[in-house]
Design a protein around this ligand. Structure first.
Ligand SMILES: [Fe+2]
Length: 330
């Protein structure tokens, strides 16, 4: 037995024990997550599953969240995971994530993920990109990029989804090279007269947005953000008015920082589904359900593992983004 199989076996046993001993919550199905049939597009957003070969609790939390989706009678257009799918970027962690997602793959027309710093930082970049892509290709309805780098776009129900990804390994930030920046600019330019929002997904938020640096434990001028290329991304976003920029990485709860109208673009920071959420509303398994209409986007925060939406007393438990100024056809 190889080392990867050994750890995979341990992960399987770890989850089994948690489920058996009822140490993971399993939603009872009385109020499952549902898509809005009247919307143009429905998606579920999960930040940082960070499945770890050493922490069964993370698998348990993602398992709980998946059970909520399994209870649903709806089919969603997309599940998007905002990076740090794995803790150490190991084969057994991706294989186990595939196992967790397998029962719910049919509930989504598309399953996307962007790579996070944890996915690529400890290993050879090229090998990790291949591993990451084959992880997604190994899931039914999983969508992966095809190039040597991890960035690509896809149209879902007429809306452009752009997945960004670091061009080389970095411990914390995300290096976005000039080639990817130019590609992003072209992709956005193609959509500028579409009359529709464009969804740009990346692991890290931009500097000084979504409560940074407070939401990343208050340290440094760039920590928690993309890093050096943050200003370059900002310069591109400022050329357009229809970018919805959606990120993870902060492990920060549903809060006043979750959504920020940055003028030319709108920034959504999604809590973690697998790890501890910092901040006042420190519940596990938080994520968002987004419904897109012609004139607005409605976002609702949900505690997936408990099978319920976050109460109105929590800031940004529900928020709307008006598309009236973004979309010329409205
Ligand atoms: Fe991260």
């Amino acid at each position: 037995m190889g080392i990867s199989d050994f750890f995979y076996g341990r992960m399987e046993k770890g989850l089994e024990l948690l489920v058996k001993s009822k140490k993971v919550s399993v939603p009872d199905g009385s109020s499952p997550v549902e898509a809005d049939a009247g919307a143009r597009l429905n998606m579920i957003l999960w930040g940082d599953p960070q499945i770890s070969c050493l922490s069964p609790l993370r698998s348990g939390r993602v398992y709980s969240a998946c059970m909520d989706v399994l209870n649903s009678k709806s089919k969603f257009d997309a599940l998007v995971m905002l990076g740090d799918i794995s803790e150490y970027g190991t084969k057994c962690e991706y294989k186990f994530t595939q196992k967790l997602l397998e029962p719910i793959a049919e509930k989504f027309k598309n399953i996307f993920a962007v790579s996070g710093n944890h996915d690529i930082r400890l290993r050879n970049y090229k090998k990790q990109v291949r591993k990451f892509s084959s992880f997604l290709e190994g899931i039914k309805n999983g969508r992966a990029g095809s190039g040597e780098k991890y960035f690509f776009s896809k149209t879902v129900n007429g809306y452009k989804f752009i997945m960004l990804g670091a061009d080389r390994a970095a411990f914390e930030g995300s290096y976005i090279g000039d080639g990817q920046l130019a590609w992003l600019d072209r992709e956005l330019n193609e959509q500028k007269d579409s009359g529709k929002p464009v969804f740009v997904f990346n692991h890290q938020p931009l500097k000084r947005t979504n409560g940074l640096p407070v939401t990343f434990l208050g340290k440094g001028k760039w920590r928690g953000s993309v890093g050096n290329e943050s200003d370059k991304l900002l310069k591109i976003f400022k050329k357009y008015d229809n970018v919805i920029y959606i990120t993870g990485h902060l492990h920060y709860c549903t809060s006043k920082y979750t959504y920020e109208d940055c003028g030319s673009f709108k920034a959504i920071s999604v809590p973690t589904v697998g790890v501890i959420n910092h901040g006042n509303f420190a519940k596990f398994t938080q994520g968002y359900v987004l419904s897109v209409y012609d004139d607005k986007i409605v976002a609702r925060s949900r505690i997936f593992g408990e099978g319920k939406y976050v109460g109105k007393e929590v800031s940004n438990s529900e928020f709307e983004i008006s598309l009236k100024n973004i979309c010329q056809t409205v």
